[in-house]
Design a protein around this ligand. Structure first.
Ligand code: BGC
Length: 351
């Protein structure tokens, strides 16, 4: 921050306007407008003269995650295009390692941090560390609780409301010809392949996908629920075991993300089953591979988890923090909308 202000005074860098509230975040709570009046007007005057540039440390929970790879690439590009010096590090799914990386960034005196926590349970110590060092911080993708975030007012979470994606998965099934009840026995039998249950995205998608069916008056029966940790191979293994065990009883395969759904699809095809004919399959993320399978009819649908939208919103929030904005308790989560992807609209999402 000091470095940034010095640059402003020296007038050596191009000016960059900061857009508050970000148009990409259509369902964002009114965090920008709800900051105390004095703080927000002070923030606005500084924000308008904050140049892009400065150093940003980005911590990703693990590079070997399909969705976070798309996200990380989008985020790095946006930051670099704006003139920031970005260092992006791989936490290797190891919280101790990531904590060390955060401490190193703090020692180096980065201007801002963007952190995708390995464990949301570690958010308390992450937040205490960045607060102590007074570094504006944007958390992404893994949402801590509002209480945890309230400890530091220069901290905001940018992500999505995972309840929405779960509900949309349920709706994708309700939109099918049989509403998921392929064998017409009045009960939709499903298996649930879950992400890492420590992550609220996994908890909510699991809960709300099924709730959408129940709310529509559809009877459901869970044949199995297993954690696939967001991983394609695990998705394949779980689906393979369940298909061998439950056979034609499985009418719906819910996967908390697309990578696991792509794995499940391999098992479904190997078992001689045909998606949309004798089994339904849904994921979340709208990875390129999943968009192809939705087009080909090998996935019933998916839900866009807007990596670009979240990355650009994270940068908007980071710049607001750099401009002096603070976030009040209970207003520290900024959400980007999910979008349902079906065979009818899938072409709109292909790049
Ligand atoms: C995505 C998953 C990803 C996870 C990582 C979720 O929002 O849907 O694909 O593995 O985030 O935390």
């Amino acid at each position: 921050m000091k470095k940034l202000l010095a640059s402003v005074l020296a007038g050596t860098m191009a000016l960059s306007m900061v857009a508050c509230g970000g148009s990409s975040a259509s369902s964002a709570p009114a965090a920008a407008s709800s900051a105390p009046a004095a703080a927000s007007s002070a923030a606005a005057s500084v924000a308008e003269s904050v140049p892009a540039g400065g150093t940003v440390g980005v911590c990703i929970y693990k590079f070997d995650d399909a969705f976070m790879t798309t996200y990380r690439n989008a985020l790095t590009k946006i930051l670099e295009d704006k003139g920031y010096t970005v260092t992006c590090v791989d936490g290797n799914n190891d919280q101790a390692k990531q904590t060390e990386q955060i401490n190193t960034f703090i020692t180096q005196g980065v201007d801002a941090l963007i952190v995708n926590p390995v464990m949301t349970s570690a958010a308390d110590s992450i937040i205490a560390a960045v607060k102590d060092a007074d570094i504006p911080t944007v958390l992404i993708n893994r949402e801590p609780t509002a209480e945890q975030m309230a400890a530091y007012d220069k901290l905001v979470y940018v992500g999505c409301d995972a309840r929405q994606s779960g509900t949309m998965q349920g709706e994708l099934i309700l939109d099918t010809e049989t509403k998921g009840d392929i064998n017409g026995d009045g009960v939709v039998k499903y298996i649930m392949i879950q992400g890492d249950p420590e992550n609220v995205d996994a908890q909510y998608r699991t809960e709300f996908s099924v709730k959408a069916l129940e709310d529509a008056g559809v009877k459901v029966e869970q044949l199995d629920l297993q954690r696939g940790d967001w991983d394609r191979n695990k998705g394949q293994e779980i689906a393979q075991t369940d298909l061998a065990k439950f056979g034609d009883d499985i009418e719906v395969v819910f996967c908390n993300n697309d990578d696991m759904a792509i794995g499940a699809l391999q098992a479904i095809q190997a078992a001689g089953r045909t998606v949309n004919k004798d089994i339904y399959l849904v994921g979340v993320d709208a990875l390129d591979a999943a968009l192809n399978e939705v087009s080909n009819g090998n996935m019933t649908g998916t839900v866009l988890n807007d990596a670009e939208g979240q990355a650009s919103q994270a940068v908007v929030c980071m710049e607001e923090l750099l401009g002096g904005k603070t976030y009040a308790e209970g207003e520290q989560s900024v959400y980007v909308d999910y979008v349902k992807v079906t065979p009818e609209n899938v072409s709109e999402f292909k790049k």
